[in-house]
Write a protein that binds this ligand. Structure first.
Ligand SMILES: [Zn+2]
Length: 216
C-alpha cells in the first residue's frame, strides 16, 4: 500500500497527517479536507459567528447605525468589517422593491431593522408600508400589519384582467363580479353590469380595516 493512501494534507494547517486524524465523511465516501483539530476549530468558529449573528439588538444597531426618521435611511456610522461602508444608506432592492441588507452575516429587511432600532423589539407581524412603496422606510410610513392587511395593501395583481383589484369579468355572461378577500376567504359582493359599478361595490366594502386597503 502506498504511503499517500493513509496520509492526507490538511487544507487549513497544511500538515500531512495519518487519515486517522481526519473525519471520514460517509456521505461523500472520503476523508474531510481538514484534520480533526482544524475541523473542530472551524465549527466552534462557525457557532460563535452564529451567536454573534443572533445578537442584533437595538443597542447594537444604535451603536453602529443612524436612522433618519424623515428620510427613512438607515446609515452605518462605523466600519463593522466586511463590505459595509460608513455613511452610506444600507439596503439593496429585492424583487418586490423592499430594501434588504446583510448584517452580521444575515440578510434582513431594512424596515425590520428600523423597527428594532426605534422600538427596541423585532416586529411581531409584517411591516406594512403605508403608501405601498416598499423602499420608503420613513418612520411615518411604517406600521405593523397582520398578514391579511399587508396583502390588502398590495397593488393590483398584474394578471388581473380588469386592472381593478377585486373585480373580475364573468366570461359567459360578460357581467362584472366584485369580491374582497378577508383572512384568505373570498367574499362575493355580487355581479354588476359594468366594471366601474363592481369597482364601486368593492370600494364600499373596503378591505377589512378600511384604511389598510389601497384601492385602484
Ligand atoms: Zn489541520
Amino acid at each position: 500500500m502506498a504511503a499517500d493512501e493513509c496520509t492526507k494534507k490538511c487544507l487549513d494547517c497544511g500538515l500531512v497527517k495519518s487519515t486517522d486524524e481526519f473525519y471520514f465523511e460517509k456521505r461523500d465516501g472520503r476523508y474531510s479536507s481538514r484534520c480533526k483539530p482544524c475541523h473542530n476549530k472551524r465549527s466552534i468558529e462557525g457557532s460563535r459567528r452564529l451567536r454573534e449573528r443572533l445578537k442584533i439588538t437595538q443597542e447594537y444597531l444604535r451603536r453602529n447605525f443612524r436612522y433618519d426618521e424623515s428620510t427613512g435611511e438607515l446609515t452605518r456610522t462605523v466600519h463593522t468589517g466586511g463590505a459595509g461602508v460608513p455613511n452610506v444608506a444600507i439596503g439593496t432592492r429585492d424583487a418586490k422593491g423592499h430594501l434588504r441588507a446583510n448584517i452580521g452575516g444575515r440578510g434582513e429587511f431594512v424596515h425590520r431593522l428600523i423597527w428594532l432600532y426605534v422600538t427596541g423589539e423585532w416586529p411581531k407581524q409584517q411591516i406594512d408600508h403605508v403608501n405601498g412603496i416598499g423602499d420608503d422606510n420613513r418612520w411615518a410610513n411604517l406600521r405593523e400589519a397582520t398578514p391579511t392587511q399587508n396583502k390588502c395593501n398590495q397593488p393590483v395583481r398584474r394578471d388581473s384582467a380588469s386592472g381593478l383589484k377585486g373585480v373580475h369579468q364573468d366570461r359567459i355572461t360578460g357581467r362584472w363580479r366584485a369580491y374582497i378577500s378577508v383572512d384568505r376567504k373570498r367574499i362575493n359582493l355580487g355581479f354588476f353590469a359594468t366594471k366601474e359599478e363592481a369597482h364601486a361595490a368593492r370600494l364600499r366594502a373596503s378591505c377589512m380595516h378600511g384604511d389598510f386597503a389601497r384601492e385602484s
